[in-house]
Design a protein around this ligand. Structure first.
Ligand code: ARG
Length: 583
């Protein structure tokens, strides 16, 4: 459906033309003085320069030409603004169309386009820590947003499953259990099907090995060699790698499920590995990759650079392929398999230079066509409520699971204390409120900014929070349940200013989604939903809905809050959470 702004801008352009002025001045914007009007057109001010006359004169002449049926108020005011308030009839017709069209008539700007969203970024064999929360939450929301707006969308977790951490685990395992067949080069298999470690052992092995690497140079060398041999395909190491993957992935699935984060593909750095040799040969042959101090590098600096952009290192002097190499090879795979129009990476903003280098290399070499939109959304840090980096009590990095458990306990206590639901539903309701609190607390901030994590604030049922949105939804649901079947009731012209505000807010759903997508800012959608919920709550307080005696009015009210409910539920679904039945 055409946006309200576009519709009334078109009509405004025609009014300019009818009054004898250039139609290109007829651009309407949302009012910046909501106390005076809903929309405004400032075109007469600019036109006055061309036509050498007073802007107010033009504004008046244009206002005359507007179809009065569209507006409750058309006012030409000094020095030459045209202030507008939409008519009830206009809004009724528009909002009714939103009610009856699929997806509220949102324009599918992504139709025919493919996007890959690379987010999550979990590292195999290392527990998810709070650093993984933001890419998961933000990426999931942006993935859902793209899908809703018509993109063919592929969400890829892009596992860190190929780096030095694997070599460290292998080296550590070798230290502890050298007798295992994986280390015997004469062993011809088959290797045991049972992994030589449990998940909790694996989670202990990695940090131990990582600490040992810093103190013990020999061990560090062994780990590097093991990484290199794994990448070269040594069978025993590949078998250990399989075990690590198996044990670790099961756990990652469980955690991402708990976060309601779902990937379409679980590819990772290792999947890009087979593409590396051909890619390197090609880049060398075409002169993009050059030897430098024993390493193979891809220079990507541009004369216009204001800060130094070092070359992209493809093969280190020890022969190992690194992060940039697998990312570039992953682009080869994505171009081959999906030929996407856009690839969006969601990671910590400290990786900005890495992506700058990789993107430049990909475009320069033609691995990715010039027209493809490559975007790195570098998110800020989640700090503790004191504004300092989030740490466990003993100063370590907090596991995501611990954070989730703490927050769940906090919310659960509230649910129990307020006797919100039957005992049997406490867990399910708690889980929904917790996710809403956690995700909205994150997403309502600009992704690129840091923010402070604050359980009490995020989980509050009032204020700009996820639970407040859930509460609004639950409240509407309970009114509708009392009313009965409401789904086919048509929208009516607003009977009071509060109904009108709800309708005006509803019309902004589609434009909001577009802005949120274009600027990779789920916070724009959060702010919208908060406003819409506010308008609905205000309407509910000021209007007798169920007890309204006039049947037509009553039906109009019910239909309106029904549509608001559907929009709110769709909105929170796009943010990645959902509402309980009771709260
Ligand atoms: N595993 C990486 C990390 O923990 C994030 C991966 C992001 N995606 C990518 N294609 N590099 O930092």
């Amino acid at each position: 459906m055409q946006k309200v702004l576009d519709q009334i801008s078109e009509k405004m352009a025609r009014a300019f033309a009818a009054a004898g002025y250039d139609p290109s001045y007829g651009k309407v914007t949302v009012s910046n003085r909501p106390d005076l009007c809903e929309y405004q057109c400032n075109g007469a001010l600019a036109a006055a320069k061309q036509y050498h006359c007073a802007p107010i004169q033009i504004a008046r002449a244009v206002a005359e030409q507007l179809d009065q049926g569209d507006y409750d108020m058309v006012e030409a005011v000094m020095p030459g603004f045209i202030n507008l308030k939409l008519s009830g009839a206009f809004l009724q017709q528009y909002v009714e169309a939103m009610r009856t069209e699929p997806d509220f008539g949102t324009e599918k700007s992504g139709a025919g386009k493919t996007v890959v969203v690379d987010y999550g970024g979990a590292n195999v064999a290392k527990p998810l820590h709070i650093g993984h929360l933001r890419p998961a939450i933000i990426g999931e929301a942006l993935k859902r947003l793209h899908r809703y707006l018509g993109y063919h969308t592929i969400g890829d977790v892009h596992l860190g499953d190929w780096g030095l951490q694997m070599g460290l685990i292998i080296a550590e395992l070798h230290r502890r259990q050298p007798e295992l067949p994986y280390f015997d080069e004469a062993f011809t298999g088959p290797y045991p099907t049972e992994p030589p470690f449990t998940l909790s052992e694996l989670e202990e092995i990695y940090p131990t090995a990582s600490a040992r690497k810093k103190e013990d140079a020999d061990f560090a060398r062994e780990a590097h060699i093991a990484t290199f041999e794994l990448q070269k395909g040594r069978p025993g190491y590949r078998a250990i790698w399989q075990h690590i993957m198996h044990v670790s992935l099961a756990d990652l699935h469980r955690l991402y499920d708990a976060l309601d984060v779902h990937f379409d593909v679980w590819l990772g750095e290792s999947d890009a590995d087979p593409l590396i040799p051909d890619m390197l040969a090609d880049l060398k042959q075409r002169g993009f990759a050059v030897e430098s101090e024993g390493a193979l590098v891809f220079p990507v600096a541009e004369p216009t650079d204001r800060k130094e952009v070092p070359p992209c290192i493809l093969v280190k002097s020890d022969g190992a392929a690194i992060y940039a190499t697998t990312d570039l090879a992953t682009l080869v795979q994505r171009q081959r398999d999906y030929a996407p129009d856009k690839i969006l990476y969601v990671t910590d903003k400290r990786q900005a230079l890495h992506f700058e280098q990789v993107f430049r290399a990909a475009k320069k070499s033609g691995i990715i066509p010039e027209a493809t939109h490559l975007e790195h959304l570098g998110h800020g840090t989640m700090n503790g409520s004191d504004g300092k980096p989030f740490k466990t009590r003993d100063g370590g990095v907090m596991r995501l699971e611990t954070l989730l458990a703490d927050m769940t306990a906090f919310v659960r206590a509230k649910v129990v204390e307020n006797r919100i639901v039957e005992d049997s539903e406490v867990d399910a309701t708690t889980a929904k409120i917790t996710l809403a609190a956690l995700k909205y607390g994150d997403l309502s901030n600009q992704p690129t900014k840091d923010y402070n994590f604050d359980v009490e604030r995020f989980a509050a049922f009032e204020g700009n929070t996820g639970p407040y949105l859930l509460y609004t939804i639950v409240r509407i649901k309970s009114i509708l349940a009392k009313y009965g079947a409401w789904e086919s009731l048509p929208i009516q012209a607003p009977a009071n200013p509060f109904a009108k505000d709800v309708m005006l807010a509803l019309t902004k759903f589609g434009p909001t989604l577009e802005t949120a997508l274009r600027s990779s800012s789920p916070n724009v959608l959060c702010a919208y939903l908060f406003d819409l919920a506010g308008a609905v709550n205000k309407f509910y307080h000021e209007t007798r809905i169920l007890t309204e005696e006039n049947k037509t009015l009553r039906e109009g009210y019910i239909s309106l809050i029904g549509l608001a409910l559907n929009v709110l539920e769709t909105g929170i679904h796009l943010l990645g959470f959902s509402a309980p039945e009771k709260m």
